[in-house]
Design a protein around this ligand. Structure first.
Ligand SMILES: Nc1ncnc2c1ncn2[C@@H]1O[C@H](COP(=O)(O)OP(=O)(O)OP(=O)(O)O)[C@@H](O)[C@H]1O
Ligand SMILES: [Mg+2]
Length: 267
């Protein structure tokens, strides 16, 4: 198999926090136009792995490859410049800010023509218009972009976090860490539909989810982590819910036949 079959590969990633080994061997990959579901029990290392990919924190060892080429990612800005966009498990919204302020925090637009050369003037009009347009384009129902996030529902918050993460062009790699955990059925469906839209446009998607129904609905490949280690990578059609849950919990030690594609990370 050519290396570049996978748009994204993370190989043998290690990460410790002091004495805590969060990742001893974290591997995950995804093809363009496909979804790889990353699953594992609480504390298995899923969020730690994808926070390394999104430039949020560095790893101690291991490789990240895009289109078969090794890349170094030192910051969230670098990740975004590589087309890697992330919707985090912790929503990271500012409660006291309104919708468009949340979307533009840290990347505020300024006016070119300014009265004093060294003075930066925020382009509030443009930020409001863009935020409104992005939300509309994604099909979210946010009634008022001037409302503060603290007064909003879980579903609305998730929609804002998505709009913020996906602003400014389609992602080539989209990482979604438990995107539907806090949502009702309808809102959860909207997020999954949005994910499918980006998938169909060619994004490589990594979806972290505890919801096996969602996993088996959308995944092409399922990657299982246990205690900081990726133990199995299986095509969806080669496995079933009972088996992957067994792998997650340890009830099934491992899969040692050719269905387990974990060896491909060494090719
Ligand atoms: N910043 C940190 N400092 C110290 N320990 C951390 C830090 N981040 C993660 N850990 C530890 O690393 C391990 C893996 O955590 P991680 O958040 O990656 O798990 P997870 O698979 O995402 O779990 P969950 O399903 O609960 O979200 C845990 O033992 C956690 O306590
Ligand atoms: Mg997590």
């Amino acid at each position: 198999m050519a290396k570049s079959d996978y748009l994204l590969e993370m190989r043998h990633i290690q990460k410790s926090f002091g004495a805590v080994v969060a990742l001893s061997n974290g591997c995950v990959r995804a093809k363009s136009g496909e979804v790889n579901a990353l699953i594992g029990g609480n504390g298995a290392g899923k969020s730690t792995l994808i926070k390394i990919l999104s430039g949020y924190q560095p790893c101690d060892a291991g490789d990240i490859l895009l289109n078969g080429e090794k890349v170094e990612i030192h910051s969230t800005t670098e990740a975004q410049d590589l087309g890697i966009k992330t919707i985090y498990q912790e929503l990271a919204l500012f409660e006291k800010m309104n919708v468009y302020e949340n979307m533009y925090v840290g990347r505020e637009l300024t006016i070119d023509k300014r009265p004093i050369k060294w003075l930066k003037v925020l382009d509030l009009k443009k930020m409001r218009e863009n935020a409104q347009a992005e939300i509309k384009r994604m099909g979210f129902n946010i009634p008022n972009i001037f409302n503060r996030v603290m007064f909003m529902s879980g579903g609305q918050r998730q929609a804002i976090a998505c709009a913020k993460a996906l602003m400014g062009g389609a992602p080539s790699v989209l990482i979604m860490d438990e995107p539907t955990a806090a949502l009702g059925v309808k809102e959860g469906r909207e997020i999954i539909d949005l994910m499918k839209k980006y998938r169909d446009e060619g994004a490589a998607i990594i979806l972290i989810s505890h919801n096996m129904r969602t996993v088996f609905e959308v995944a092409n490949e399922i990657t299982v982590m246990r205690l900081g280690e990726t133990i199995a990578s299986l095509k969806k059609e080669d496995t079933n819910e009972e088996e992957v849950v067994g792998l997650m919990t340890g009830a099934i030690d491992n899969i040692t036949d050719e269905r387990n594609l974990i060896g491909e990370y060494d090719m």
